[in-house]
Design a protein around this ligand. Structure first.
Ligand SMILES: Cc1cc2nc3c(=O)[nH]c(=O)nc-3n(C[C@H](O)[C@H](O)[C@H](O)COP(=O)(O)OP(=O)(O)OC[C@H]3O[C@@H](n4cnc5c(N)ncnc54)[C@H](O)[C@@H]3O)c2cc1C
Length: 454
């Protein structure tokens, strides 16, 4: 339709007015529960808290919701099924809603293997999160970086945040640290921890479009070729993964290893290095697998993918031995069977998978900083040793931890999260601890929802 056929106005306003910054106090807001970090753990915490009738404020330093699940394009939900052919779903809550709603547009796919995963379209997940947060009536504050935490008598009272539009102060009864880097607990001055034996590497993910799915290398072939030929392309990492949603000609590629230091200047430089690595990886794919990737284009570079940086010191630390032996805790709030997946080297990573009957658990004590009564951590910044964290930081258990944080703060009320009725908490979280919906049924459900919406 041409402009002629539209009703257009031809006179544009020319009026302006002079404004000048006046000294002002920060904008004030309050909530029952304030969640810092809108990655999958924070989103789960915020939605569960809103469903409990709480007034929730969800804050993120980025100008968009979704954290790494959306913006770093991680591409799959891991740790949400038990292992093997008869794998069953381990985490419910928002996980069920995501699978059901994304099925309707073909944006999720159940992939069975030794480990069972959900592959998802990150654009669809991003819109799902935005709609779900609005529908739940959750207030959001985006582009707000945490700068200050006010603590009195073992309680966090308020947060000070900087936004590009001015400063904000937020008061709440309870707080969830879902920042991934333990930003809230760190700023509050409570003890935190980092890997002691060198960095845990992150990854610059890319989404490629225009691939020929019929010729995509197998899960064994891609890493094997990388080991053989990576050096001649200048690749740091010598093994890689691709995740394809069938029928879309799109793949998320996980083929780089970059350091993710907590120094802001160093991290900025590493970000640019990560992009270079990703470009070299794409060149490798085009040249080594021309039938599959010869016409591939980069649709998107994710934000730098950060695995493990700094995390809280909690009442209890989850250890690698707890993970390997499947230790059952009286205060377990989440379960997973995901391998120990520690990216502690530039070239490769530790991958220690478990058998079909294996299950390990996350204790509530690892979500709770000892020195605070109204703070619960969730996601990749809970208390675990370096290896144990590498298993429970994946998205399935992150969703379960978010739910646990919301329910724990609800049960604590104005009291302490260290003194809640643990049986009541576990009763509320029983789906995430006991329910078993078969992976085959999940896959059938995905197909049924897709067909019903076609
Ligand atoms: C490359 C890569 C690939 C991965 N692949 C998979 C996979 O395939 N499947 C899987 O299940 N898991 C995968 N993982 C792990 C998983 O993605 C993450 O561990 C998980 O998404 C973490 O979720 P989260 O909510 O704890 O934290 P994040 O998603 O990191 O969210 C934290 C949020 O807090 C905000 N924030 C941080 N500091 C501040 C501050 N000071 N002020 C305000 N906001 C702040 C951040 O902006 C961010 O949005 C992968 C991780 C990486 C890095």
């Amino acid at each position: 339709m041409g402009a002629d056929s539209l009703s257009v106005r031809t006179k544009a306003s020319t009026a302006t007015r002079i404004v000048r910054r006046e000294p002002s106090r920060p904008l004030q807001r309050s909530a029952d529960i304030c969640v810092v970090g809108s990655g999958i753990a924070g989103v789960s915490a915020a939605i569960e808290a809103a469903r409990l009738g709480k007034k929730v404020l969800l804050i993120d330093g980025l100008p968009v919701l979704g954290g790494q699940a959306v913006n770093s394009i991680v591409g799959t939900i891991c740790g949400m099924f038990s292992n093997g052919r008869d794998g069953y779903q381990l985490t419910y809550g928002i996980a069920e809603d995501i699978i059901r709603d994304l099925s309707r547009t073909g944006a999720v796919h159940y992939r069975q293997g030794v480990t069972n995963i959900i592959i998802y379209d990150e654009v669809a997940l991003g819109r799902w999160i935005e709609n779900a947060i609005r529908d739940a009536g959750i207030d959001v504050l985006l582009g707000a970086v945490l700068r200050e935490v006010e603590v009195r008598d073992r309680r966090v009272r308020a947060l000070g945040l900087a936004t590009r539009y001015g400063d904000v102060r937020v008061e709440a009864n309870g707080f969830v640290d879902a920042s991934g880097d333990a930003a809230l607990v760190w700023q509050a001055g409570f003890p935190c921890q980092e890997a002691a034996d060198g960095p845990v590497f992150g990854t610059q993910m890319v989404v490629l479009e225009g691939i020929d799915e019929a010729h995509v290398p197998s899960r064994e072939e891609l890493p094997a070729r990388m080991r053989e030929r990576a050096a001649s392309y200048g690749l740091v990492r010598r093994e890689g993964l691709s995740f394809i949603i069938p029928g879309r000609g799109i793949a998320a590629m996980n083929m780089t290893h970059m350091e993710t230091p907590l120094d802001p200047f160093e991290m900025s430089n590493k970000t640019l290095e990560g992009r270079d690595q990703a470009d070299r990886a794409v060149q490798f794919l085009r040249s080594e697998f021309p039938k599959a990737f010869g016409k591939a284009r980069v649709r998107a570079y994710g934000f730098p993918g950060i695995r493990q940086t700094r995390w809280i010191r909690g009442r209890q630390q989850l250890t690698a031995e707890d993970v390997i032996t499947g230790r059952e805790f009286d205060d377990a709030i989440a379960r997973t069977a995901w391998p120990i997946e520690l990216h502690d080297s530039g070239t490769d990573h530790v991958w220690r998978p478990f058998g079909e009957d294996h299950m390990h658990y996350v204790p509530f004590g690892s979500l709770t900083p000892r020195d605070a009564d109204n703070v619960v951590a969730a996601g990749r910044c809970i208390d675990a040793d370096n290896a144990a964290l590498s298993s429970v930081r994946v998205m399935g258990p992150c969703i379960a931890m978010g739910a646990a944080a919301a329910h724990a703060l609800d049960l604590a009320g104005t009291g302490s999260v260290h003194q809640i009725d643990m049986a009541a908490l576990r009763q509320r979280l029983r789906d995430n601890l006991e329910r078993k919906v078969s992976g085959h049924d999940v896959a059938r459900g995905i197909r049924r929802f897709a067909e019903a919406s076609a």
